[in-house]
Every structure is written in structure tokens, then in C-alpha cells.
Design a protein around this ligand. Structure first.
Ligand code: TXA
Ligand code: MG
Length: 528
């Protein structure tokens, strides 16, 4: 299908109205986001909307009217409360859920006995509805799940060739979708926050409750008042994390990550050392609302692994911005973590300290385990085979670890080659693990912390050293090696000098275990 581009003038509006009257679908501007409009009286037209968007079948649509006389063809019983709200907020970004008039096509409300209705303030939108002479059902004009469209360009990115026409008009002035309030339940319920804030609504609806789904993830199987709120939504393709923190904490945390993008406030901007996009002042929620969806779309073109959005305040229209972002983040809200790196040569006693850190409330990432996980990644195995020869893989493409070890540990050059190939994969996995851990304190147990460059993730780093005799004894009893092999292993590692050059925090494990643990505890508790 060719999607016709229409101007937002008389002729364009008249053409759009004609298409809509004959059950076609047209993307129209509104003050919130672009909507994909269809006749609210026609199941056939509504079906096209669901298909073009790939919208889940259980998510009802909002009906748009141009003038108050149209309301009686949409709702069944326009209550006094509804009228008072309409008088104050219409035309504008407020949607009311009320009893449904039977004229409205069944598929608009996907079988519910209620209907959502609003009168947009955008003049082009209202002219289209007026000329079509019918109320128009219109969800946001994006592919389901992707960020809502705030410009005609966004609409075309998602839906070119899938819809009859688009009206090319200005960017949307509000930028987030309308506030949705249900008056069909008692007490009235805020289902989706938008520009019209709970504080404003409470003047008319003192008993208004805010639906749980506004700020938290609905549990599996839980019935939600507004079906749209249960989906992961508004998401760029890149993994997104919402970071709740003060500016300094936020910037310090995100700067640790490689290949990441910060979507930040103006006051963060100078402190950010990674790729960044600014979505306004921390106190200017209107600006944040206006820009956030466009930035989420832009973020996808920037080839980053992850996006860290500095979480907005939840007041005023900020609540709406937060509500969209928490969905874009699939409910991943992250607090900055204090990360301590623990390194040192084999046999020096790192495992004892790992246990100590756990007792002190640290989540521990064992980078040896992470390294094994890295070789489970097909792309990593292929890269290793390219470097060391196909015979390190069996017929199924699985890694033959022993073969790789033989080839990689036969000379320092080959070990270096192994590291060059595998470290990027290990680092990416470590970053992912850090972000998924619960605790705000993390210990990175990494024998090759410095070699891998993983020390950049750490706020503090310490190295454990011990004299060779003690290390030898430990390796023999721990790994069942003979003395010669234990010494070989020690000599294959880095000398103590290497660690001393890299960090001043050296913990010696030469006396009794109690002192060793005390020294580490003092270090780990000793600062930020
Ligand atoms: O600002 C807006 O509201 C935009 C523009 C185009 O007007 N439209 C929009 O539509 O955001 P959509 O489909 O993306 O979101 C409609 C929301 C969904 O969360 C849906 O579940 C809810 O409204 N909704 C619609 N009818 C409902 C009903 N009868 N009961 C409860 N929730 C309803
Ligand atoms: Mg939508």
C-alpha cells in the first residue's frame, strides 16, 4: 500500500476525512502524540488499525471527538463529574473512561462495556474529525511496543506502506500521551498519567486513586484496569535502564560503562564522559515530556549496547515521563552501585576474602565463571577459532577447553592473544551482571582485573599478595598439583611488582587468617 502524504491544510484535511469515511486509516497530529485514526463506528476500519500497529487484541482504543455534541454518540451517560472535567480540560490531553454507547464498534473497546474518549486540542485533529463527521478511534501511530511518535517522520519510520495516509504537520507540543481517568469505577481511578496531573484532577475528584500499574509492574495474571499498562512499551531496541540517583552519583556510575549512552539532564551533561543525549533540565518536566520519545528513537541509531536514563522526578507531568520510562526499561530501575575490585595472583587467598565480602553484604561476581560463560557465546567461540585454529572446536562447534588451554598458555604471546579475543566478551558480561544484581555493593573477583581493563568499573581496587611458599602450599592442597607444577603455575602469572604498580591497596596474606580478614574488612569499609 502506498501511504499518501497529506498537507495539514484544507485540502489535506478534506482528503483525510474522505479516506476515514470510507473506512481507511490515517495518521493525524494531536497535541500529545500522532494518532492512527479510524472510524469508531466501523469494525472493519478498526481491524486495519490493529493490524498496521501489530497491537495486542486486548488493548482498547481511545475515541476522539471534535465537539461536545458528538459525546452522546460515544458514551452512554455523560455524568456531571465527566461534564465538569470536560469543561475544564477539553479540548486537551485528558481521556475519560465512561459507559460505552452501543454505536461504537465492538472492537474499539475489545469487548469491554466502557469506552475511552477525549477531545484533542490540536486544531488539525479536530478539523479532521469535524469534516469526517464521525468520532475517530486513534491509538498512538507507532508500531506496538516502540516509542510513541511525536512527529510525522516517526510515523513514517514505523508505518510507511501500512496505512492509507499521514498528515504532515508540526511536532506534538505535549509529547506524551493523554492522562487516562476511569469514571466507570468507584472511586475514580487514574489509569495513565499525562499532562493533566493528579493534583489538577483531585480538585474535581477528591477521591481519585492512582492505579498500581502507573508505577509498578503488574504481576503475571493480575487483572489491570487499563490493558495498555501491562505491556512493555515505548521501548527502543537497545536495552534501557532507569537510574535513580543524584547527579554526581549518576554520572560517576554511567561513566564506568563502555559503549553505553546516557540520556541525562542538563546539569549532568558536563560530567558525562560517554555518549549522551540531554532531555532537559531536571526541574523542567514539560521539556522532558516533549523530547523523551524522540530521543528514545534517536538512541537506537547510535549503536550503543545500553542506555542509562537519569530518572525524572515523579511530580506533575514528570509522573507521566517516569511512567513511560519505567516501561521502556521493562521495569529495570537501577541504583548506582559501589564496586570493589579484588585481584592478585593465584594462590594468594582471594577466595577467603570473597567469602568475607559476601558476609559484609556484597554481591560477588566471580570473573572466572564469567569467562566460561563468555565461551558459551557462539560469536566468541568463532573468534577464538579464528585466532587459534578450528581444531579448538568439536564437530558441534563446542569449545574443547583443553585444546584451547594448550594453545593459549604455551607462550606469553599466545596468552596475550587469548586475552585480546576474550576480554571484550567477558567485560560485556560483567557489565550485564553488575546491572542485574540486587545489592548496591558489588565485589568483582577478577584475577585479570587490570589486564581486562575491568578496573574502570571499580570505585576501589585491592590486590592480595602472599609469599611464594604460602602460595605454593595453597595451590598444592587446593588443586592437587605437585610442587613443580605449582611453581610453574606461579611463574606463569604476573609478578608481585605488577600489582604494586597498579594499586596502592595491597593486602598481604602472610600472617594469620584473622589479621588477613581484618585488613580486608578495614579496606572494604574504608571509603567510597
Ligand atoms: O494522547 C493519547 O491518548 C493518544 C492520542 C493519539 O490521542 N492516544 C493514545 O492511544 O495514547 P493508545 O492506544 O496508545 O493508548 C490508549 C490507552 C491504553 O493504555 C488503553 O489500555 C487505555 O487507553 N484504554 C482505552 N480504552 C480503555 C477502556 N475502555 N478502559 C480502560 N482503559 C482504556
Ligand atoms: Mg500507544
Amino acid at each position: 500500500m502506498k501511504t499518501v502524504r497529506l498537507a495539514d491544510d484544507k485540502k489535506g484535511i478534506a482528503t483525510a476525512a474522505d479516506i476515514l469515511r470510507s473506512d481507511g486509516i490515517v495518521a493525524i497530529p494531536t497535541e500529545t502524540v500522532y494518532g492512527l485514526a479510524a472510524s469508531a463506528f466501523s469494525n472493519a476500519a478498526i481491524k486495519k488499525v490493529f493490524e498496521a500497529k501489530g497491537r495486542p487484541q486486548d488493548n482498547p482504543l481511545i475515541v476522539h471527538i471534535s465537539d461536545i455534541d458528538m459525546i452522546d454518540s460515544v458514551v452512554d451517560g455523560f455524568t456531571d463529574k465527566a461534564r465538569a472535567l470536560a469543561e475544564e480540560f477539553w479540548p486537551g490531553p485528558l481521556t475519560l473512561v465512561l459507559g460505552k454507547n452501543e454505536k461504537i464498534a465492538e472492537s474499539v473497546s475489545v469487548g469491554l462495556d466502557t469506552v475511552a474518549v477525549r477531545m484533542p486540542s490540536n486544531e488539525v485533529a479536530r478539523d479532521v474529525i469535524r469534516q469526517a463527521g464521525i468520532p475517530l478511534a486513534a491509538p498512538s501511530a507507532n508500531l506496538s511496543g516502540s516509542p510513541s511518535p511525536t512527529s510525522a517522520q516517526h510515523v513514517l519510520c514505523d508505518l510507511d506502506g501500512k496505512i492509507d495516509a499521514v498528515i504532515l504537520s508540526d511536532e506534538c507540543s505535549v509529547g506524551v500521551e493523554s492522562t487516562v481517568v476511569s469514571l466507570a469505577c468507584n472511586p475514580p481511578r487514574l489509569l495513565r498519567p499525562g499532562k493533566v496531573t493528579p493534583e489538577e484532577l483531585k480538585k474535581h475528584l477528591p477521591d481519585l486513586v492512582i492505579d498500581k500499574a502507573v508505577l509498578s509492574e503488574p504481576q503475571k495474571g493480575e487483572k489491570v484496569a487499563s490493558p495498555g499498562m501491562k505491556y512493555k512499551h515505548y521501548s527502543p531496541k537497545t536495552q534501557l535502564f532507569l537510574v535513580e540517583a543524584e547527579s554526581d552519583e549518576y554520572t560517576k556510575f554511567v561513566n564506568k560503562f563502555k559503549n553505553a549512552l546516557a540520556i541525562c539532564f542538563s546539569l549532568d551533561s558536563d560530567k558525562i564522559e560517554i555518549e549522551k543525549l540531554c532531555y532537559g533540565d531536571q526541574d523542567d518536566a514539560e521539556q522532558q515530556a516533549k523530547t523523551i520519545f524522540a530521543l528514545l528513537r534517536r538512541a537506537d541509531g547510535m549503536n550503543c549496547d545500553k542506555i542509562f536514563v537519569h530518572a525524572p522526578k515523579k511530580s506533575g507531568i514528570g509522573l507521566a515521563v517516569y511512567n513511560r520510562l519505567i516501561r521502556a526499561a521493562a521495569f529495570r530501575v537501577t541504583k548506582p552501585k559501589h564496586i570493589v575490585g579484588l585481584t592478585g595472583p593465584t594462590g594468594a587467598g582471594k577466595s577467603t576474602l570473597k567469602e568475607t565480602a559476601k558476609r559484609l553484604g556484597f554481591d560477588v561476581i566471580d570473573c572466572d565463571v564469567t569467562a566460561r560463560k563468555a565461551t558459551d557465546i557462539a560469536e566468541c567461540r568463532r573468534a577464538l577459532a579464528k585466532a587459534f585454529g578450528d581444531d579448538i572446536l568439536d564437530k558441534q562447534g563446542n569449545l574443547i577447553r583443553q585444546k584451547l588451554a594448550q594453545k593459549a598458555f604455551c607462550s606469553p604471546d599466545k596468552t596475550e592473544l587469548l586475552n585480546t579475543v576474550i576480554f571484550p566478551y567477558i567485560n560485556a558480561l560483567i557489565e550485564e551482571e553488575i546491572l542485574l544484581l540486587e545489592s548496591d555493593k558489588v565485589l568483582l573477583d577478577a584475577p585479570t582485573l587490570f589486564e581486562a581493563g575491568a578496573d574502570r568499573l571499580c570505585d576501589r581496587v585491592c590486590a592480595v599478595l602472599a609469599n611464594i611458599e604460602k602460595r605454593k602450599e595453597r595451590i598444592i592442597s587446593r588443586d592437587g598439583l605437585n610442587e613443580t607444577d605449582a611453581l610453574l603455575r606461579i611463574n606463569a602469572g604476573k609478578p608481585d611488582e605488577y600489582y604494586k604498580q597498579k594499586t596502592q591497596n595491597i593486602i598481604y596474606n602472610d600472617s594469620d587468617e584473622k589479621t588477613f580478614i581484618r585488613l580486608f574488612t578495614e579496606f572494604i569499609n574504608g571509603g567510597n
